[in-house]
Design a protein. Structure first.
Length: 301
């Protein structure tokens, strides 16, 4: 694939989910591309419904975890970049009712009620945070890991380090290693320099600082991520959106190809297309997400 001017001038809303790893609400605005700005509940709107967190400490910072009681295996929901645990507020009661399982959501470092951590964001560190949280909460049996967008990177590093801790996974329009070729990563880095500059020009807020931390070292981090692989022993369903996070045909095709390549790499993987959905599948098609979770629960022993 050859870089070209059209690809490098794609609008912020189409690149945000991959490069700055968020669906922006406020701050830098999208250019009106359909299906990419998302309808995720904002943190402020959901604050009144947020339960009291259980705070755990690891590596010098504190993280907020939220538990809905139920039986094993626990379902762990990990939101995309820039989103906190409130992203799942509408899905949690549905999952609890339909599965009877324990539901775990949490705020990653730098979002929600969790502490900020200085320096570039690293998926490996986020995976270590998740492992520490589950361990301190006594959730040591294999879980069903449900990861959206950026959280696909955390899931990959987590399952690579702790394959015995994940019984199965649902990866929702997730950042998968297969997508981040040298060419695509270089184009993503180039395409997002104006957006990074725009964020740097805004007042410093917790949200903006976290977005900039996620953008820092993006190129080298994703070239390394491209070399990762999902263990053959851990079943997974990859759900891909109808529109993908992109509004350019080449990128959309590469995104869908990467999702299919992942699903085809092992017998216990499956690709599901969420029709009539944007990248924001958990909001647009929660029924597809719930069905996939219920399906993989059967594979957790």
């Amino acid at each position: 694939m050859t870089a070209n001017t059209t690809r490098h001038t794609r609008c912020y809303s189409a690149t945000a989910a991959l490069a700055l790893t968020t669906l922006v609400a406020g701050g830098v605005t999208g250019c009106g591309a359909s299906g990419t700005t998302g309808t995720t509940p904002s943190t402020s709107a959901a604050a009144s419904a947020t339960p009291v967190p259980q705070m755990i400490s690891t590596a010098g910072h504190r993280l907020a975890f939220y538990l809905t009681p139920g039986k094993s295996p626990a379902i762990v929901l990990d939101a995309g970049g820039g989103a906190d645990s409130s992203y799942w507020q509408n899905l949690v009661p549905v999952l609890a009712k339909q599965t009877g399982r324990e539901i775990v959501t949490y705020d990653r470092a730098g979002v929600g009620r969790s502490d900020e951590v200085p320096g570039p964001w690293k998926a490996q560190d986020a995976a270590s945070d998740l492992e520490a949280g589950l361990t301190q909460l006594g959730i040591t049996q294999p879980v069903v890991l449900v990861s959206h967008s950026l959280a696909g990177e955390i899931a990959t590093y987590f399952v690579d380090a702790h394959p015995d801790r994940v019984g199965a996974a649902v990866l929702i329009d997730a950042n998968l290693p297969e997508f981040f070729t040298d060419t695509e990563t270089a184009e993503l880095v180039a395409a997002n320099q104006p957006q990074i500059a725009a964020l740097e020009a805004q007042p410093s807020t917790k949200q903006n600082r976290q977005l900039l931390a996620e953008a820092a070292d993006y190129g080298p981090a994703h070239l390394a991520y491209h070399k990762m692989s999902w263990p053959q022993s851990v079943p997974a369903i990859a759900i891909v959106s109808a529109t993908t996070p992109f509004d350019t045909p080449d990128d959309a095709r590469l995104w869908k190809d990467a999702q299919a390549q992942f699903a085809d790499a092992a017998p216990d993987r499956r690709l599901v297309v969420a029709d009539n959905s944007s990248h924001d599948i958990p909001t647009d098609r929660p029924d597809v997400v719930v069905k996939a979770i219920k399906d993989v629960i059967e594979q957790v022993h």
